[in-house]
Design a protein around this ligand. Structure first.
Ligand code: EPU
Length: 419
């Protein structure tokens, strides 16, 4: 119930950082990254890369936003179950390892709280490029055999649009022999950010930002420097935090943002009554009324992102009016609904649609985080709820938000991390 006022600096995007860190496997020369977010998932991928022999250096130990990666001595192109089970995005090492070393052994990711999330399309694409792939003892074992010197360029049409699938195949294709065409490619800004780094490393890629990426393989890649794109989901999460505080008031300046990557979210928040002004790398939001309920359907970029669905649902919970939210990307991404209902929300699920009847007030309670974006939605709901809300299992939050509670506390929220 505290007004939010002040500035928040947005971190680099988790979902760009993860593939970009893996791209350092593609070269023996150093890759320097700036704007790296300090997240549990980033630490996990760095641990996996370090186990393979990648040298990870933070030139200024107090600043974890700049990192230098040196892949000149990769001795074990393998990712173990122990780490992959903690983060599915670890599968992103498969494409680059195979492309550069001719072999890779990566644990097959298991089940996930938000959906089945198989990686069959990653495997289908690599097979189309000539890779031999076997799954045994829970591991994906991939190689391109003794005779071949590289993966072969291919035309690949994935059955559905997949973000990490596109990224894995893109990283494999940059070192393949000949041309690869990725049809039905994901157009997410994080894919484009990865492609931009790969181009700086010497890759030949065209069609950035479209659903058709054309890659002309090169023999080797060199080192490069790159600043990771701003996190559009973190930005959207703070915009939702402002919107939900409508009746108490919110005035937030979000710096280091990339509003051009979040058109749909901005449009929907305008519909909700959030006043939005923006420049090239900033967004100023003001809210001084109860939000209006907004309906939407999640879909691939540039449509409404599934990673913002839970945060909008928290806002809809206390908005004026009723809303319908349909989740089309993941089959089980409504686990925050029961927790929001514990705070007094009135949300009913029917199939992949959640219907919310906005209530006048939420009341604080103890709730349980179940996945990353669900945790963020509960924190936002807690800001608006009367009394105290305790969000349990916030390790989910730490996977993808860089010091969220500190950023919120700095703009006036009464929030603290408790052991
Ligand atoms: N799919 C398959 N087979 C595949 C690949 C995907 O059936 O081989 C299905 C998935 O099960 C899902 C759909 O295709 O139903 C789309 O999945 P996608 O592969 O695009 O998801 P992802 O690459 O595993 C990334 C983000 C997610 C984000 C989704 C959708 C990263 C590291 N993760 O996951 O981020 O929700 O795209 O935009 O980029 C998050 O940050 O909280 C998060 C979950």
């Amino acid at each position: 119930g505290r007004p939010l006022k002040g500035e928040i600096t947005i971190a680099g995007a988790k979902n760009a950082a993860l593939p970009i860190l893996c791209a350092a496997l593609l070269t023996a020369e150093p890759v320097t990254l700036r704007n790296l977010p300090d997240l549990q998932d980033v630490r996990t991928i760095l641990k996996i890369l370090a186990q393979m022999g990648l040298k990870v250096t933070f030139p200024n130990p107090d600043d974890r936003s700049v990192v230098v990666l040196d892949g000149s001595d990769i001795h074990t192109p393998e990712a173990s179950y122990e780490l992959v089970k903690t983060m599915r995005a670890s599968i992103l090492v498969l494409g680059p390892l195979l492309a550069r070393f001719g072999r890779a052994k990566v644990s097959l990711p298991g089940g996930c709280a938000i959906g089945a999330r198989p990686v069959d399309q990653h495997i289908k694409g690599l097979k189309a490029m000539g890779a031999d792939i076997h799954i045994s003892h829970g591991y994906i074992e991939a190689s391109f055999g003794e005779q071949k010197k590289a993966l072969q360029g291919a035309k690949i049409l994935t059955d559905m649009i997949t973000v990490t699938g596109t990224e894995n195949l893109l990283m494999a294709a940059v070192l393949a022999d000949g041309q690869t065409i990725l049809e039905n490619a994901a157009r997410e800004p994080e894919v484009t950010d990865l492609a931009e780094l790969l181009i700086k490393m010497g890759a030949n890629i065209s069609g950035l930002g479209t659903d058709r990426l054309v890659i002309q393989g090169v023999k080797s890649l060199h080192g490069a420097q790159h600043a990771i794109i701003a996190d559009r989901i973190e930005t959207g999460t703070f915009m939702c935090a402002a919107a939900i505080m409508g009746q108490t008031g919110a005035d937030l300046m979000l710096k280091n943002a990339r509003p051009d990557t979040m058109e749909m979210v901005i449009d929907k928040l305008k519909d909700a009554g959030l006043q939005i002004a923006l420049g090239k790398d900033w967004i100023h939001v003001v809210m001084n009324q109860r939000p209006k309920a907004v309906s939407f359907k999640t879909s691939e970029y540039p449509a409404f992102p599934t990673d913002m669905q839970a945060q909008f649902m928290a806002m809809n919970a206390i908005a004026q009016g009723a809303s319908r939210v349909t989740e089309t990307i993941f089959e089980n991404r409504f686990m925050h609904v029961q927790e929001l209902n514990r705070l007094g929300a009135q949300i009913v699920i029917e199939g992949n649609t959640a219907m919310t009847e906005g209530v006048d007030e939420l009341s604080g309670a103890t709730v349980m985080a179940t996945d990353l974006r669900a945790s963020a939605s509960l924190v936002i709901a807690g800001l608006a709820a009367s009394g105290e809300t305790l969000v349990d299992r916030i390790y989910h939050l730490d996977r993808g938000y860089d010091r969220m509670e500190k950023k919120l506390a700095a703009v006036g929220a009464q929030i603290a991390r408790v052991k």
